[in-house]
Design a protein around this ligand. Structure first.
Ligand code: FES
Length: 129
């Protein structure tokens, strides 16, 4: 796995979450209460909205566009259980935060297949069907 330097620990003195764009995808570094960090995909699985622009309450984030809710700590979407935010590897060295450019292998998924199902599911309430 390739790691790149994205931030410094000192960037998070008063900040809990910050998003970055890496290889065309949004990911976020999140600081936990314990002071440790993790990195997670942060684009909504519905239409790629940056979830850091949504409402954040504890570990729960609500997408500002259509309200899908995610636990950013686990990656699970409570609105659509198949929509999992993938984890990235993260390491801290000498006050610098490094993150893997790609999600960790055990959190890979096939986005294309799942998106078709979500589009159909989301359109039905709008059309009244
Ligand atoms: S873009 Fe996030 S719920 Fe639609």
């Amino acid at each position: 796995m390739e790691y790149i330097k994205l931030a410094a620990v000192s960037d998070f003195k008063s900040l809990r979450i910050k998003s970055f764009k890496v290889l065309g995808r949004k990911l976020a570094i999140v600081k936990e209460k314990s002071g440790s960090f993790y990195a997670t995909e942060i684009s909504c699985k519905h239409h790629n909205i940056d979830l850091t622009t949504g409402r954040i309450e504890g570990d729960m984030v609500t997408c500002p566009a259509h309200g899908w809710r995610y636990n950013i700590r686990t990656g699970q979407c409570t609105s659509h259980p198949g929509a999992v935010l993938r984890r990235h590897g993260l390491k801290v060295e000498d006050g610098a935060i490094f993150v893997t450019t790609l999600p960790l292998p055990d959190t890979e998924e096939d986005d294309a297949d799942d998106m078709d199902a979500w589009e159909i599911e989301f359109k039905n309430p709008r059309s009244g069907e």
